[in-house]
Design a protein around this ligand. Structure first.
Ligand SMILES: [Mg+2]
Length: 247
């Protein structure tokens, strides 16, 4: 099969989120990499009665709750909504005069996340190699569209793609069919004309297969595939191996 379009996942496929690159906080004597290290100092300027421990617990709880909502409601929960959940957990009503403050915390958090993302140069070279051969696109589950786009700009990847679709901007996330179908409509292709490359069985492999796309599963750690997941068309352990499939 000759594909017209190659569609990539972003995180843990083209670029790595390196948790250890986050700054460190110490909670109960334990070193934890967390954006709390930059967000909490801004927060206490306004709410100095809230301890680091209380802040961190609420910050984690809001993260878990956003993940739970994403699962049960099959939609993206934006970073702003997650921060609103976080404020609620600290009994702080999000009124219009709080909004700019919330935005400044969100910006600090996202800048910290963006700095922890690393795109290996060989992945950019791979896109260079694919560009004359295929139409290229990217579909990413991420809760803050501007940050995902900034990461793509900074790593020199933006210009390779005919389409960049971030779940935060659509409201729906992989594995929902809507995000794959929206991409196909925008690219003017049918799903079977595309091959999708991603690292997550439940999100990338299951989602793309369900709409009729071919899939390359990037299985870096040699994990077994759960029986509930439709088998991918190809499996690679390093992204560069897709050259032999797409060459
Ligand atoms: Mg991924």
């Amino acid at each position: 099969m000759r594909y017209r379009t190659v569609i990539f996942d972003l995180f843990d496929t083209l670029a790595d989120f390196v948790r250890d690159r986050l700054p460190t906080i110490y909670v109960d004597g334990k070193a934890i990499p967390s954006t709390t290290a930059v967000v909490y100092p801004l927060f206490v300027e306004r709410y100095n009665h809230i301890s680091l421990e209380t802040f961190y617990q609420a910050f984690r709880d809001s993260f878990d709750e956003a993940a739970r909502l994403r699962e049960i409601e099959e939609r993206e929960v934006s970073a702003r909504e997650r921060f609103t959940l976080f404020f609620h957990k600290l009994q702080i009503p999000v009124t219009s005069d709080i909004e700019p403050f919330l935005s400044s915390l969100l910006d600090a958090h996202m800048a910290c996340i963006a700095e922890a993302v690393h795109a290996p140069p060989e992945h950019v070279e791979l896109l260079e190699w694919l560009r004359p051969r295929y139409q290229l696109a990217l579909i990413s589950n991420f809760d803050h569209g501007p940050t995902a786009r900034q990461i793509l700009d900074r790593t020199g990847m933006t210009s390779f793609f005919d389409l960049i679709l971030i779940s935060d901007e659509l409201g729906q996330r992989k594995p929902h069919a809507a995000i794959f179908e929206t991409a196909c409509q925008a690219l003017r292709i049918r799903p079977h004309e595309a091959i999708f490359i991603g690292d997550s069985p439940g999100i990338d492999v299951a989602g793309a297969k369900a709409v009729g796309m071919a899939v390359i599963w990037l299985n870096r750690r040699g994990e077994a595939l759960d029986e509930s997941i439709p088998p991918p068309d190809h499996t690679v352990t390093r992204l560069q191996e897709i050259r032999t499939i797409l060459g």
